[in-house]
Structures are given as structure tokens and as C-alpha cells.
Design a protein around this ligand. Structure first.
Ligand SMILES: NC(=O)c1ccc[n+]([C@@H]2O[C@H](COP(=O)([O-])OP(=O)(O)OC[C@H]3O[C@@H](n4cnc5c(N)ncnc54)[C@H](O)[C@@H]3O)[C@@H](O)[C@H]2O)c1
Length: 309
């Protein structure tokens, strides 16, 4: 039987803030495959995440297939916008959600993981932030654009630069991207489409560099629409899900678990020859060149019936 077996592997998943997003689902899938899980949670929401965990809010979604509850070995508060403490502005250091924390910059988290555990085998980047995401690109400020780039694209470069030296040979790295990198998706603004384009380009360059330097693989999953906390902030997620239902080859909701299973494969030795790839896990939406539910097609009975099926 062909099996994804990650027993003896240690994975760090950065970008888990609740039980609704891709990061959570990927962490669970890797745990199902036997990996030891470390998680990175955005510093200002660590308290709410750990309180929710302790209060049992996630218990239902923590259930694994053998009936046990998903566990992580350690949680690291992280803000992937900062590489070292000197980069953190005074107002953030003093912000009450940061003031009680230490060691949340990328270099400090890497040093702490090395101290706690030595090496890791798997690194997942499941985070993005674009403060002006609801604005058209033409209305986006330079500051907003660069903030989207920093949080959503450079953060991946920084994570790999700092964790690459701590990764065992044969290790695997993954990020999550979105089709707005290569197609115009009105509503996904603020420079987020640019950040995803950078992330995908970096996936190829980093696959080359980290492959030669550390014998690591680097891939991205371009996921379809999911009603996560981050996606709800964009404000059009329900429309995107409905659009996919009407127009994608597979007319069903995309489950985070479907993305997580593809991630587990890419992060496992089963994918040992796959690197530098962007894999679509989106019910086939990326393959379409025509919106079959377009009002302009509805006079044609063939399209009208297909849009509904
Ligand atoms: N939801 C979708 O429809 C969709 C589709 C394609 C790709 N994606 C991508 O999937 C990834 C995960 O997002 P999600 O939709 O599962 O939402 P999510 O809200 O579960 O995950 C995003 C996480 O990023 C964290 N984060 C934001 N800024 C950070 C920072 N500076 N440092 C550390 N963490 C930070 C947030 O706290 C949050 O936990 C993102 O890259 C997103 O762009 C999402």
C-alpha cells in the first residue's frame, strides 16, 4: 500500500491563527501522517489562539482519524514581517499584544527552534496580509503595496533563508498562493496579486538555490477559494466560492483538507522529484477560459444548463 509516512519528521507550519484556514488543515494532515508539529502563530493573536485552544474551542476540529486529538509540540509567536529585533518599530514593541512577548522575529524564532529541537524537515508558509487588499491596485498606496509584499512574499524568502540551514537534507518547503498572481481577479487588490506573483516566482528561484545549497525542495499550492479568516477580510469570498461552483469543472466546495492532502504529498518523500512547481488545488477552476454562467451566454441553452449543473 502506498502511504504518506512522515514518522520521524518534524514540521514547522507558520500561519495558524484558528481552525478555519489552510495552515491548520495542513498541520493536521502532517500529524495524521506521523510528523511532529511545531506551529508559528502571528504574535498579536497568540493569546486568543492559545485561550481558544485551552477552552476547547478547537476540540471538534482537533479530532484525528484514530479518535485522538491533534497536538502540537510547541507554539512560537512570530511576526514574519520582522527579521531581527532591531527591525521592530518602538510602537509595535510597546503595543500591548506584543509587549508581553519576546523572540518573535524570524531570526529569533529560527534560533529558538534550533535550540529546542535542532533540525526540522518540513517548513510551511501559510500566511499573507495586505492592509489595502480591498482597494484597487490603482488606488493602492506605496506603503500598502510594500506592506503586502513584505508580509506575503518576502516573509517566505526570509523564513527559508533562516530555516534552510536548520533543515535536514531531503526536506521540503511549501507556500500557499492564489491565481490572482497570473490572472486579473478584480477585488483582490492592495498589491496582493503582485505579492502572489512574487511568491510564485520566488518559488522557482528558491527551488534552484535551496536545492543546490541544502538539497531541499520548494513548491507552492495555488488554492481555490476557502472561507478562512483572512479570506473573509477581503470581503468577496462568498462570491468567489459561488463563482467556482458555477464555473469550475468540479462543482463542489473546496475543503481545506483537500489542499492539506496535496500539501502532505508535496511535503513527503513521495514527491521527491517535484520542486519549483506551483500546483493548483482548486476544483479545476484555473483550467477554465470562459465563465459559463456569464449573463451574455445565457441565451445559449448549452451554456445555461452547464452553469447550473
Ligand atoms: N482562503 C483562500 O481563499 C485562499 C486561496 C488561495 C490562497 N490562500 C492563501 O493561503 C494562506 C493561508 O491563508 P488562509 O486563507 O488559510 O487564512 P488564515 O487566516 O487561516 O491564515 C493566514 C494567517 O496569516 C497570519 N499572518 C498575517 N500576517 C502575519 C505576519 N506578519 N506574521 C505571521 N503570521 C501572519 C494570520 O494571523 C493568519 O493566521 C495565505 O497565503 C493565503 O493567501 C488563501
Amino acid at each position: 500500500m502506498l502511504k504518506i509516512d512522515l514518522r520521524g519528521k518534524r514540521a514547522l507550519i507558520v500561519g495558524i491563527g484558528d481552525d478555519q484556514g489552510f495552515g491548520w488543515a495542513i498541520a493536521k494532515a502532517l500529524a495524521e501522517a506521523g510528523a511532529e508539529i511545531l506551529i508559528g502563530t502571528w504574535a498579536p493573536i497568540v493569546r486568543i489562539f492559545t485561550m481558544s485552544w485551552e477552552n476547547g474551542k478547537f476540540d471538534e476540529s482537533r479530532k484525528l482519524s484514530d479518535g485522538s486529538l491533534f497536538q502540537y509540540k510547541k507554539l512560537y509567536p512570530i511576526d514574519a514581517v520582522f527579521d531581527k529585533m532591531e527591525d521592530v518599530p518602538q510602537e509595535i514593541r510597546e503595543n500591548k499584544r506584543y509587549a508581553e512577548l519576546t523572540g518573535y522575529t524570524v531570526s529569533e524564532v529560527a534560533a529558538q527552534v534550533e535550540k529546542d529541537f535542532g533540525k526540522i524537515d518540513i517548513l510551511v508558509h501559510s500566511l499573507a496580509n495586505g492592509p489595502e487588499v480591498t482597494k484597487d491596485l490603482l488606488d493602492t498606496s506605496r506603503k500598502g503595496y510594500l506592506a503586502a509584499m513584505s508580509s506575503s512574499a518576502y516573509s517566505f524568502v526570509s523564513l527559508l533563508a533562516h530555516f534552510g540551514p536548520l533543515m535536514n537534507e531531503g526536506g521540503s518547503v511549501l507556500s500557499l498562493t492564489y491565481i490572482a498572481s497570473v490572472r486579473a481577479i478584480p477585488g483582490y487588490g492592495g498589491g496582493m496579486s503582485s505579492a502572489k506573483a512574487a511568491l510564485e516566482s520566488d518559488t522557482r528561484t528558491l527551488a534552484w538555490e535551496a536545492g543546490r545549497k541544502w538539497k531541499l525542495r520548494v513548491n507552492a499550492i495555488s488554492a481555490g477559494a476557502l472561507r478562512s479568516r483572512a479570506a473573509k477580510a477581503i470581503g468577496m469570498i462568498d462570491d468567489m466560492i459561488a463563482y467556482s461552483h458555477a464555473n469550475a469543472p468540479l462543482t463542489k466546495d473546496l475543503e481545506a483538507e483537500e489542499v492539506a492532502r496535496a500539501a502532505a504529498f508535496l511535503l513527503s518523500p513521495l514527491a521527491s522529484a517535484i520542486t519549483g512547481a506551483v500546483i493548483y488545488v482548486d476544483n479545476g477552476m484555473h483550467a477554465m477560459g470562459l465563465a459559463v454562467d456569464s449573463a451574455s451566454l445565457q441565451k445559449n441553452a448549452a451554456y445555461a444548463s452547464k452553469a447550473k449543473s
